[in-house]
Design a protein. Structure first.
Length: 343
């Protein structure tokens, strides 16, 4: 069927993220935003819970139930589970109506290999899509952030997700230069866990680490340095214990991954064609993704690059919104999708 046929109402876009998966349905907007977590009963192989419910189980399950995050660093680590999760989300959105096969646009990191890309497409087909298209995350994020991606001016987007950070310079509907590093929010959580272990010999769970990062983590010094009490297991006595940490300690702990993100921004600017570099000085850098919400991230990049930086309004769902625009305006935006390799 030629793409001249208008997309039907059931077509959708999926931002298949390491931390969260968002589903956008044509004409309805973002209808689902849940953690990319699946809880599986290993003895029966059945899925016990998906999304928010499953996330609450991380680190709290009995032996025969495991909470899995099927994507790691922005790519599929566990194909079978990813496919089941996708199918679950797609069918959840469709409710009871006899399951018509939708066309699906899936957003993937720009640094993804063709093998990984095929895996994503395959997962989409297995989950019941009639046709799967792929859009690169930085492109989707730029469209979602409302940047004029089709004009011959440079637009720079920095999208800090759970598993990857995508930095791209976009012009004329294409990516001029981009870099995808496998460092994101997860890496910051790991840094907090490592720090608690080293400094306080305290064992933290992933969810606790994420909560601390969100509460007092920062990329740049703030006026009042907050404190938070964290709970975990004392590695020496093996008993539960509470310690109080300061925002400054957490900032020092996450310095390395934050530094890597800033370096990726700098090295992409390094490879920017001179004409576009001038545009970027005017337009600035659009900062998006969940990691962009880390306190002081905007300030830090502004200071280190000397460029204007603005945090996008819908930082958490700009990739989903951008992919959704591709669904709504398929004809106009088809050129930004990754060209179909014959399967």
């Amino acid at each position: 069927m030629g793409s001249k046929l208008a997309f039907l109402g059931r077509d959708m876009a999926v931002d298949l993220g390491t931390a969260n998966t968002l589903v956008y349905v044509r004409g309805r907007g973002v209808v689902l935003n849940e953690p990319s977590v699946v809880a599986i009963n290993t003895s029966t192989g059945k899925i016990v819970a998906v999304g928010i419910e499953a996330k609450r189980m991380i680190g709290r399950t009995p032996g025969h139930i495991v909470a899995v995050r099927p994507l790691k660093d922005g790519v599929i680590a566990d194909f079978d589970v990813t496919e089941r999760m996708l199918r679950y989300f797609i069918q959840r959105v469709h409710k009871r109506r006899h399951f018509a096969k939708p066309r699906v646009i899936i957003a993937v990191p720009s640094g993804i290999t063709s093998v990984e890309q095929r895996a994503v497409k395959e997962a989409g087909y297995q989950a019941g899509a009639r046709k799967v298209y792929i859009v690169e995350e930085p492109m989707a994020a730029a469209i979602g952030a409302g940047l004029p991606v089709h004009e011959p001016t440079g637009n720079m987007v920095v999208d800090i997700g759970g598993g990857t950070t995508e930095v791209a310079i976009i012009s004329m509907g294409g990516v001029v230069t981009s870099q995808s590093i496998r460092i994101g929010g997860d890496e910051l959580d790991q840094a907090v866990i490592t720090f608690a272990k080293k400094e306080y010999s305290l064992m933290l769970g992933e969810r606790t680490a994420e909560e601390i990062k969100m509460a007092i983590g920062s990329a740049w010094p703030t006026e009042e340095e907050a404190h938070a009490e964290i709970r975990g297991r004392d590695l020496v006595t093996g008993l539960p214990k509470t310690v109080v940490v300061s925002a400054e300690e957490v900032r020092r702990a996450t310095e390395e991954p934050v530094g890597s993100i800033v370096d990726a921004v700098k090295s992409t600017l390094d490879r920017c064609p001179p004409e576009l570099a001038g545009d970027l000085m005017d337009r600035g850098i659009a900062l998006t993704g969940g990691g962009a919400l880390l306190k002081g991230m905007e300030e830090r990049i502004r200071v280190e690059t000397g460029m204007p930086v603005h945090l996008v309004d819908n930082a958490l769902d700009s990739v989903a919104l951008g992919s959704g625009r591709c669904v709504e305006e398929f004809e106009e935006l088809q050129q930004v999708l990754v060209p179909e390799s014959r399967r």
